[in-house]
Design a protein around this ligand. Structure first.
Ligand code: HEM
Length: 414
């Protein structure tokens, strides 16, 4: 009996044991771009490739309602978040995010975050060692809160950064990291729900057109304002993933350390190269392992069937490392993005399809903009990299360099 036609056991333990390699390993065994499996007690079909992306994002096939498990909603996204909605409810909620994260707002967030970075560098120079992952999370927290109009006292930045990181760090584990994530979410949702109420009552003035002001006045399709808790969830859905760019900052440092030849073009401020570098960091390093939705009807993909109610899994990590698409997927090579235009549904670290009409991440432009600017600053930062454990375990979701990437001997610019 081959691997495909064996009775299918629930693979949740395999996911925990193999992490990012779980679906790519099954795909390799099946020799194709589709695999039948089971997850969380349900039949599942894992798919990859640009055609599969279009299949996955078609709401006639796949919907999100009841697809995202409670442990993920309770930590990463929040209850009632845009990620969990379908159809009209999704369209109306997504319309809150699109203008806020529109391409002409990218420069604003980049400006605030790079200013926060420049302010932080002298304090790094005063310390013997700095863990870049943590330091970048605080820089991003300061920058995004200023941009979003969220008041933040100086001493609140570190605890808030810790909570925002915890929400991302704990979504895919059952251990203490998970409980830390739930406590962090509870704390920050309560704080931001109070802030939204204060903005609505006039006790706090939100800068006109800021993320805070827009979220506070957003309404459900029936015209009712968002409940303060839901507004807090959506505020966090802007702030938390922006701070999560610290994962990519640590990965960028890892790439520059392992492949120092990339440093010069970044240091010189080569904008096209900085964009290619940002895309390669997002492609090469592991972040979202896969995305899941629920089959609306009986489905079939490349001859494999899935009954209605089963799970469709889009193999994000596998697609970003698919030899058919990338040729040499396990080589870190930013040049690949300068050699040919990459199609919309090929590179999917932040989802596929159209951000305006489906669930693709609306923060992709901001992520790339931040990464370009911070990779250049990192390449120009005078520092050393002491001996440390830089391994990135693919069994830990989300992955990161084990040491958090420690830097030393930072020189403040004259
Ligand atoms: C959705 C990844 C940064 C806001 C998503 C999705 C992924 C993702 C995988 C789900 C796509 C899907 O369900 O089909 C990332 C990564 C980021 C990042 C890896 C960088 C660390 C951002 C930023 C923002 C943002 C900077 C906002 C400022 C959102 C929102 C959604 C989303 C609101 C929900 C979209 C929807 O359901 O329609 N992101 N993202 N993300 N992201 Fe991001």
């Amino acid at each position: 009996m081959d691997a495909l036609h064996r009775p299918l056991l629930d693979r949740s333990p395999a996911l925990l044991a193999e992490g990012y390699a779980w679906l790519p390993n099954r795909m390799r065994e099946s020799g194709g771009q589709v695999v039948r499996t089971r997850l969380m007690g349900r039949p599942a079909l894992a798919v990859r490739g640009p055609d599969a992306v279009r299949f996955f994002y078609d709401e006639r096939h796949v919907r999100r309602h009841r697809a995202i498990p409670e442990p993920v909603r309770g930590t990463l996204f929040g209850r009632g978040a845009v990620h969990t909605l379908d159809g009209d409810a999704h369209r109306v909620r997504k319309a809150l995010f699109l203008p806020l994260l529109h391409v002409d707002r990218i420069a604003g967030v980049v400006e605030h975050v790079t200013a926060a970075w420049d302010e932080a560098v002298p304090s790094w120079a005063a310390r013997p060692r700095v863990t870049l992952f943590d330091a970048a999370s605080v820089v991003l927290t300061r920058g995004v809160c200023r941009w979003a109009g969220i008041p933040l006292a100086e001493e609140e930045a570190e605890p808030l950064a810790r909570d925002l990181v915890a929400m991302v760090d704990g979504f895919a584990t059952a251990g203490p990291r998970h409980w830390r994530a739930r406590r962090a979410r509870g704390r920050q949702e309560a704080r931001l729900a109070r802030l939204v109420q204060d903005v609505r009552s006039g006790a706090v003035t939100a800068p006109a057109d800021s993320v805070l002001a827009r979220v506070a006045r957003h309404r459900h399709p029936d015209g009712e304002p968002l409940e303060p808790g839901t507004a807090a969830v959506e505020l966090l859905n802007v702030v938390r993933p922006t701070v999560a760019v610290c994962w990519f900052v640590a990965f960028s440092a890892h790439a520059l350390h392992r492949r120092p030849e990339h440093r010069d073009r970044l240091r010189a401020g080569d904008a096209a190269y900085a964009a290619a570098f940002a895309h390669e960091v997002r492609r090469f390093y592991p972040f979202a392992p896969f995305l899941g939705g629920r089959a609306v009807t009986d489905l079939s993909w490349h001859g494999e069937r899935l009954p209605a109610g089963g799970l469709v899994l889009l193999d994000v990590y596998g697609q970003n490392h698919d030899e058919k698409l990338w040729g040499d997927p396990y080589v870190f090579r930013p040049q690949r993005f300068l050699e040919r235009p990459v199609e919309r549904d090929e590179l999917i670290p932040q989802g596929g399809g159209e951000p305006d009409t489906n669930h693709r991440c609306p923060g992709e432009g901001i992520t790339v903009g931040l990464l370009e600017a911070l990779a250049v600053r990192l390449a120009r930062l005078d520092h050393t990299v002491p001996e440390q454990d830089l391994t990135i375990s693919l069994r830990r979701i989300p992955a990161r360099p084990r040491s958090g990437f420690v830097i030393a001997d930072v020189q403040a610019p004259a």
